[in-house]
Write a new protein. Structure first.
Length: 436
C-alpha cells in the first residue's frame, strides 16, 4: 500500500511538472506580454529606473549635507602632570617651589556636532543632473525594449514563415507522390522513360530535404525566441500557426523619435553637469553647532559627580582656494560633449524621420510582393493542374510537367514567405509607435 501511494505521488508530480513546462503563444501580443513579465531586459529596466529615482532622492537630500556625529570618550589619567608653584602661596619660604598635581583622573565626555549646509550651490545643481540622468535612463530603457520587441517579432514571424512553408511543402510532397505514381504506371505501360521517373523521385526527395531543413530552422528559431523571452529551455513552446488573410492598412504610419529624445536628454544632462561643476568653485555656507556634557572625578567613572553641559552655534563659510584640476577639466569636457550632442541632435532628427518612412515603405513593399506572389501562385497552380491533365493525355512531356510542378512549389513558398515578411513589417510599425 505504501509503495502504491509513493507511486501515485510520483505520477502526480510528473504530471504537474509537465503542465508547468508547456507554453502556448497564439499571437505576437502573447509573446510581448510574456516578455514584459519575464524578460531580463524588462526586469533590468525596472531596476534601473528605480535606481535613478533613488539617486535623485539622494541628490535632493544631499543639498543639506546633514551631519550629526556623536562622540563619547572615557579617559583614565593614570599619571597626572606635576606643576611647580611658588611655595609662598601656601605659606612657605619665598623663592622656593612646591610640587602640585593638578587635574582629575577620570574624565568622561559626551558630545554631538550637528551641522547642515544652508547654501551649497554645487549640491543643489547636482539635483538637476540626477533628474536629467533619470530621464536619460528612461529613454535608454525604451530603446532597449523596442530593440528587444523587434527581435522577438522577427523570431516569431520567422517561426510562422517556416511553419507555413512546411505546410506548403507537405502538400507538395503529397502531389509529388501522386506524380511519381502516375509516371511509374506510365513506365509500366511502356509510355514513360526511366529518367522521367528518376526525375520525379529526385523532386520528391528534394521536397523532403527542404522540409527537414525547415524543421531544423524552425527549432533553431524557437530556441532563439526562448532566449529573447527568457523562457526556460526545457519548456515545450507551442505557437499557433494559423495563416491570416491580411488587408493592407494604408493609414498605418510610424512616429517614433526615441533616438532624438536620447540625444536631447544627453544634452540636458551635459548642460546640468557643466553648471554643477562650475558651481563647485562657489562658497558653501554651513550651520555648525555642538552640544556636550563632561564629568570629572578622582574616584571612578560614572560616579555621582555632576555632568556640566556646554554648547555653541555658528556659521562656517567654505571657499576652495586651490583649483581642482579634475573639475576644471570636466567643465572643458562638458562643453566639447555639448557641441558633439548638438550635431547628434540634428542628425538623429533626420535619422528618426527617415527610419519612420523606411519602415512604412518596407511594409508597403512586402505587402505588394505578397499580393503579387499570391496571384502568381494561383496561376502556377492552375497551370500545373492543366499540364497534369494534358500530360496524362500524352501531349506534354514529363520534363515540362516537373518544371510546372517546381514553379508552383516555389511560388507557394514565396507567397507565405512574403506574407510573414509583410506581417513582420506591420508589427515593426506598431512597435515603433508603442515605445515613445
Amino acid at each position: 500500500m505504501r509503495r502504491m501511494i509513493i507511486l501515485w505521488l510520483l505520477v502526480f508530480n510528473s504530471v504537474g511538472a509537465c503542465a508547468q513546462e508547456q507554453l502556448t503563444f497564439t499571437s505576437l501580443d502573447d509573446v510581448l506580454a510574456y516578455a514584459e513579465a519575464h524578460s531580463s531586459t524588462y526586469r533590468n529596466a525596472t531596476q534601473q529606473a528605480l535606481l535613478t529615482k533613488y539617486q535623485t532622492l539622494a541628490a535632493q537630500l544631499s543639498k543639506w549635507n546633514l551631519k550629526a556625529d556623536a562622540n563619547f570618550t572615557a579617559t583614565d589619567n593614570t599619571k597626572l602632570p606635576v606643576n611647580f608653584l611658588p611655595a609662598q602661596i601656601f605659606g612657605g619660604q619665598e623663592g622656593t617651589f612646591r610640587a602640585i598635581t593638578l587635574g582629575q583622573q577620570y574624565v568622561s565626555m559626551v558630545s554631538t556636532s550637528p551641522q547642515f549646509d544652508l547654501l551649497n550651490p554645487y549640491a543643489m545643481a547636482m539635483v538637476k543632473v540626477s533628474r536629467a540622468n533619470e530621464q536619460l535612463t528612461r529613454i535608454s530603457n525604451q530603446l532597449s525594449k523596442k530593440s528587444l520587441c523587434e527581435s522577438m517579432a522577427a523570431a516569431y514571424y520567422n517561426i510562422l514563415s517556416y511553419a507555413w512553408q512546411g505546410a506548403a511543402l507537405r502538400q507538395s510532397l503529397v502531389n509529388a507522390d501522386s506524380l511519381t505514381q502516375i509516371m511509374q504506371r506510365k513506365q509500366a505501360e511502356g509510355i514513360a522513360r526511366t529518367q522521367d521517373v528518376n526525375n520525379a523521385l529526385a523532386t520528391q526527395l528534394s521536397v523532403k530535404d527542404h522540409l527537414q531543413q525547415l524543421e531544423i530552422q524552425m527549432e533553431q528559431e524557437t530556441n532563439n525566441l526562448k532566449l529573447l523571452c527568457d523562457i526556460p529551455s526545457a519548456t515545450q513552446l507551442t505557437i499557433t500557426t494559423a495563416q491570416p488573410a491580411p488587408a493592407f492598412e494604408a493609414n498605418l504610419a510610424a512616429s517614433n523619435n526615441l533616438l532624438q529624445q536620447q540625444y536631447l536628454w544627453q544634452q540636458k544632462y551635459r548642460k546640468a553637469d557643466l553648471e554643477a561643476n562650475k558651481k563647485w568653485f562657489l562658497p558653501t555656507l554651513t550651520f555648525i553647532s555642538n552640544v556636550g556634557w563632561s564629568q570629572y572625578s578622582n574616584s571612578r567613572f560614572f560616579d555621582r559627580t555632576a555632568w556640566p553641559g556646554t554648547n555653541y552655534v555658528g556659521l562656517k563659510l567654505s571657499l576652495p582656494l586651490a583649483p581642482d584640476i579634475t573639475k576644471a577639466a570636466t567643465v572643458r569636457y562638458d562643453r566639447i560633449y555639448m557641441q558633439i550632442n548638438d550635431n547628434n541632435i540634428q542628425h538623429s532628427a533626420l535619422q528618426d524621420s527617415i527610419s519612420n518612412r523606411q519602415v512604412v515603405l518596407d511594409y508597403r513593399k512586402a505587402f505588394t510582393s505578397y499580393e503579387l506572389s499570391a496571384r502568381i501562385e494561383s496561376l502556377k497552380k492552375d497551370a500545373y493542374q492543366k499540364n497534369l491533365d494534358i500530360y496524362q493525355e500524352g501531349i506534354l512531356s514529363a520534363t515540362d510537367l516537373l518544371l510546372s510542378f517546381n514553379d508552383w512549389l516555389n511560388s507557394s513558398i514565396n507567397t507565405v514567405t512574403q506574407l510573414a515578411a509583410s506581417e513582420y513589417d506591420r508589427s515593426r510599425i506598431n512597435i515603433n509607435n508603442t515605445f515613445k
